[in-house]
Design a protein around this ligand. Structure first.
Ligand code: NAP
Length: 259
């Protein structure tokens, strides 16, 4: 299917690895010019070189912390006029509800709520002026079904979801859509960390922890970054202009709900 976005310009945050990289690759395959970001320059430059070689699109990289005001300013300056914005950052660490301090909450809010909001506040006016734009925020299935050990994530992502719900309806008439993608477990570095922690906590091996986690998913496996990226690219396509303010689960059926 031709996604109809060849030549558009996208910023994909936190995209040297994992789900962000999956989104960058799928957009590049659709002919989109990219600005990619991550903190570590080495993996970022390698990912960008691979995308240029495979898809022949222009890719600019900005090594910066997207959760800091300085990092956001650097990335946005390099990005210029944007048609597509994919927000993403690392997820907060797991822990116990009684242990988190005010500082822990502020850090989680900065990374997973206030940073994507700040990026949208800069990108949306230009998109609205040009009567076309797509924003996809990578959040988590924890928005629909809380993950107790990830209380910092549950809290921050709920805040972003509320912001998007209202804002998406304020910009839709200008041809701009904002939607959230909610990953369940995917085979990335993030789940290596989470499964390592689960193995330690339960006194079992990493492989046993992973097998147990996968067995609890109706699909019987973790998702892939490629599947995730393809969904993101579709949401950014010309075909998705009527999808507004939605929270789309990609979780192999993990959230056990009818709607
Ligand atoms: P990942 O494989 O660990 O990749 C994270 C990517 O983000 C890397 O490229 C990393 O590069 C970059 N990054 C992290 N913090 C950053 C920052 N402050 N500024 C700029 N770049 C940053 O993680 P993932 O699995 O793709 O997860 C992406 C998001 O989805 C996370 O918020 C995660 O919590 C959420 N999520 C993931 C899953 C899952 O199963 N994978 C499930 C639910 C939710 P650098 O380290 O070099 O910066």
């Amino acid at each position: 299917m031709d996604l109809g976005i060849r030549g558009k310009r996208a910023l994909v945050c936190a995209s040297s690895k994992g789900l962000g990289l999956g989104c960058a690759q799928a957009l590049a395959e659709a002919g989109v010019t990219l600005v990619m970001n991550a903190r570590g320059a080495e993996a970022l430059d390698a990912a960008a070189a691979d995308i240029r070689a495979r898809f022949g699109v222009e890719v600019v990289t900005v090594a910066a912390d997207i959760t800091s005001a300085e990092g956001q300013a650097q990335v946005l300056e390099a990005a210029g006029d944007l048609d597509i914005l994919v927000t993403n950052a690392g997820g907060p660490p797991p822990g116990m509800w009684s242990d988190w301090s005010r500082e822990d909450f502020i850090a989680a809010l900065d990374a997973n709520m206030l940073s994507p909001i700040a990026l949208m506040q800069v990108a949306l006016p230009g998109m609205m002026a040009r009567n076309w734009g797509r924003v996809v925020n990578i959040t988590s299935r924890s928005v629909k079904a809380p993950i107790p050990a990830l209380g910092l994530s549950n809290s921050a992502r709920a805040g972003l979801t509320g912001f998007v719900a209202g804002t998406a309806r304020q910009v839709a008439a200008k041809g701009v859509t904002i939607n959230n993608l909610l990953p369940g477990a995917h085979a990335t570095d993030r789940t290596v960390t989470l499964d390592t922690n689960a193995a330690k906590a339960q006194g079992i091996s990493f492989d046993e922890a992973r097998a147990k986690s996968q067995a609890a998913i109706p699909a019987g496996r973790y998702g892939t970054a490629e599947e995730f990226g393809a969904t993101c690219a579709f949401l950014c396509s010309q075909h998705a202009g009527y999808i507004v303010g939605q929270n789309i689960l990609l979780d192999g059926g993990s959230v056990n709900a009818t709607l």
